[in-house]
Design a protein around this ligand. Structure first.
Ligand code: PMP
Length: 380
């Protein structure tokens, strides 16, 4: 039995999405830009997927742009927004815990002359809304930050920050990287005042290489790529219709089963928390009030990669997060003020809608065996 607990990295495509993608490949294979009936059939698939995403966000389907994934959406949103506001200011506010698709894009803009302010979590690992309110000023053109952190599951305070800042600075553009929170936490961009919202298909049971960007009605951002005018010229290029069909089917499946899926994440989270309490040496890094599909833990003394491969030998697949990139400690976990010893041994466990109680028991058993064995080596 293979136990896949790396669903934050990517999820298995659900049967509905695989079937829809297959149909788009072998039956509805026209180009959505073609004027004949085959083109129209493909165009309808795009509309269906926009409607499925819009139904989850409570917005008009015309606000949903289909992209090549969240890295694509984040780049289009951030670069497009600052270019649209080029004359209005030179400051960007973000956080110290962003995914590289936001962090690196903002750093590139910093090198090109923008002032970047990075809000950090407080010592308790939580963000204080006041720190965002303090960082944004009249020169700020864009606030970009994540909804849920992909290493720990920490929920950022967008519910407080966004309405407060929109009231104070109506022209400020606010972008949220929603990859780890979309469909898992209630989110209504219009009601909150969010201008731009990115999401990714492959974290939500859809194929890889497909994602979406919500752009508030009436907001014009400048494109970062030029081409044939698809997606209202914001994301030109012939659309990935099979993957888009898959995304629509996956989002429709999630909408129909959202409460069961969430219940499963919560149950698995509680189960991991109670089982690892019984394993001496294991500490939990994720906050108790985090998003329930993620739990990050450490066995100080056993490096992440050693543990990851020892678990892999037992067919249990987890992630070291981005805990060790080329030997360096995770900048994100450090930004959350985790001690080095915990960062060196951090493991991210993330659940799917299908993760079972038996799988979690087997994971905990494997973790215990490896901890006993490797802990003994390290200590002895
Ligand atoms: N943002 C966050 C928070 C993520 O977790 C990820 C995926 N690891 C991305 C952006 C990038 O998404 P994609 O793989 O669709 O480019």
């Amino acid at each position: 039995m293979e136990i896949y607990l790396d669903n934050c990295a990517t999820t298995k495509v659900c049967p509905e999405a695989a079937e829809a993608a297959m149909k788009a490949m072998v039956e509805d294979y026209g180009n959505p830009s073609s004027l004949h009936r085959m083109g129209l059939r493909a165009e309808r698939i795009l509309t269906g997927t926009r409607k499925a995403a819009a139904a989850l966000l409570g917005c008009d389907y015309g606000c949903i742009y289909l992209t090549g994934g969240a890295t694509d959406s984040n780049n289009i949103a951030i670069q497009g927004a600052v270019r649209a506001r080029a004359r209005m200011g030179k400051t960007i506010v973000t956080t110290t815990v962003e995914h590289p698709s936001v962090g690196e894009t903002v750093s590139m803009l910093e090198k090109s002359g923008y002032t970047v302010k990075r809000v950090a979590p407080r010592a308790n690992g939580q963000f204080d809304p006041e720190d965002f309110l303090e960082a944004v000023d009249a020169d700020t053109v864009l606030l970009t930050f994540m909804m849920v952190n992909n290493e720990l599951g920490t929920i950022l305070p967008y519910e407080k920050v966004v309405p407060a800042l929109k009231k104070r600075f109506p022209d400020l553009l606010i972008h949220i990287d929603g990859v780890q929170g979309f469909t898992k936490l209630p989110f209504h961009p219009e009601r909150l005042g969010v201008d731009l919202f990115s999401f990714s298909g492959h974290k939500l049971y859809a194929p890889k290489g497909i994602g979406g960007l919500y752009i508030r009605k009436g907001l014009r951002i400048l494109p970062v790529e030029y081409g044939g005018g698809q997606e209202k010229a914001i994301r030109p290029g012939t659309e990935a219709v099979p993957a888009i069909a898959g995304l629509g089917a996956a989002l429709t499946m999630i909408k129909a089963h959202q409460s069961e899926i969430m219940r499963n994440y919560r149950e698995r989270q509680n189960q991991v928390r109670s089982l690892v309490k019984e394993i001496p040496g294991v500490v939990i890094n994720s906050p108790e009030n985090g998003c329930p599909h993620i739990i990050n833990l450490s066995v100080p003394g056993i490096p992440s990669e050693v543990m990851l491969h020892a678990l892999e030998e037992k067919s249990v697949y987890v992630s070291s997060g981005s805990a060790c990139s080329k030997g360096a400690l995770s900048g994100v976990l450090k930004a959350f003020h985790l001690p080095d010893e915990r960062i060196r041994s951090a493991l991210r466990v993330s659940f799917s809608r299908e993760t079972t109680g038996e799988e979690i028991e087997a994971f905990a058993q494997a973790l215990k065996e490896v901890t006993d064995r490797l802990g003994a080596v390290v200590n002895g």
